[in-house]
Design a protein around this ligand. Structure first.
Ligand code: CO
Ligand code: CO
Ligand code: CO
Length: 346
């Protein structure tokens, strides 16, 4: 019988991330290194670390791994790899090589699933133009998979979550809703069409979005993953010392995402993300409850959230659409720093 990986885990993909509140508590007690070649570290909660080799070259270093987000092992491998590589793209880097990180219960699942997960990762890596040159596997249930990725970047052209400037607009390149669709799928509430739309979106590399960012000299961006749109926008606002205002009705959604909340489907990760965002967010009085919870939805392999100068936003949207990122939309604005770091409205 074919394994359904989705049945093996409670929290799917990036929604298995530890609470950002707990993470911050632990990280703040760790000493920061004073090595002058470190250009980006955990201090600003950016997507990846950046280490300068010389004046023309720096390394972008990142890793992500998580339990299954879908039923099929080959899809899972592709999605986990696309998600891991994404942090390099979010920094404006070019991925170069990667290592496999694998946890697999060899006594509980057929060996074929193991090889299918790795084949998915390997195919996605080839699509990104990188090689997987090693890795490590341990026994663990449920399975988990991801990559440690190394990329190249010019030290003068790093795109960070510190680079959002007041007056700019925010563009999101993929639709939101993977957390809700997967949770609904587990409950038997999501249609095959919604499920496949989520799978296709998670498999999609953020490469073309990153190319557009580089072409237009964008300086501020992040990718949207486990902490949801609100959580990642908030981290960007804090790192950049600005306030970000999101217009939730402009956010592109996967299939019936909006209705799953109406039907009472709210994943635990959304409540965890809400708890993190709450104290630093101004919720406009007429904010639709479903849209509020969509902002908290934990994304796996989500899109790029980029901060673009007002004068070129239409041109960038056009470029993203013709690059195949047809859901790309303007979803908010960057304001001077106000009382709260994030404003959520309809
Ligand atoms: Co990221
Ligand atoms: Co990451
Ligand atoms: Co970044």
């Amino acid at each position: 019988m074919k394994t359904d990986l989705l049945k093996l885990t409670d929290s799917c993909g990036c929604s298995a991330k530890i609470s950002p509140i707990k993470l911050q508590e632990v990280l703040k007690n760790l000493p920061l290194s004073s090595d002058p070649n470190i250009l980006v570290d955990i201090d600003t909660h950016d997507d990846a670390g950046v280490y300068k080799v010389n004046d023309d070259l720096a390394l972008v270093l990142t890793t992500d791994f998580f339990p299954p987000v879908c039923s099929d092992p080959y899809d899972f491998g592709q999605i986990a790899a696309a998600n891991s590589i994404s942090d390099v793209y979010a920094m404006g880097g070019t991925p170069v090589v990667a290592l496999n990180l694998v946890m697999f219960p060899s006594s509980r699942l057929p060996f074929e699933d193991y090889s299918e997960i790795l084949r998915g990762g390997s195919d996605k890596a080839s699509e990104a133009g990188i090689s997987i040159i090693g890795g490590h596997t341990i026994e663990d249930f449920p399975p988990k998979y991801g990559l440690a990725v190394v990329g190249y970047i010019n030290p003068g052209k790093i795109i960070t979550n510190k680079g959002a400037r007041p007056g700019s607009s925010l563009i999101l390149t993929k639709p939101v809703g993977t957390g809700l669709v997967l949770a609904a799928r587990k409950e038997g509430m999501a249609s095959e069409t919604d499920y496949l739309e989520a799978i296709e979106s998670m498999k999609l590399l953020n490469r073309s979005g990153a190319e557009v960012m580089k072409k237009f000299g964008i300086t501020g961006a992040t990718d949207v993953t486990g902490y949801g749109l609100a959580g990642h926008a908030l981290k960007m606002a804090q790192a950049s010392q600005v306030t970000i205002s999101l217009r939730m009705s402009s956010v592109p959604l996967i299939g019936s995402t909006y209705n799953f909340i109406k039907d009472g489907c709210i994943p635990g990760a959304s409540l965890r993300n809400l708890k993190f965002a709450e104290s630093q967010t101004f919720f406009e009085r007429d904010l639709d409850y479903n849209l509020q919870m969509i902002a908290m939805d934990s994304q796996t392999s989500g899109g790029l959230l980029m901060c673009v100068p007002e004068g070129i936003k239409a041109e960038i949207i056009k470029e993203l659409h013709s690059a195949g990122l047809t859901s790309s939309a303007i979803i908010g604005k960057v304001l001077p720093k106000g009382e709260k770091s994030l404003i959520l409205g309809n």
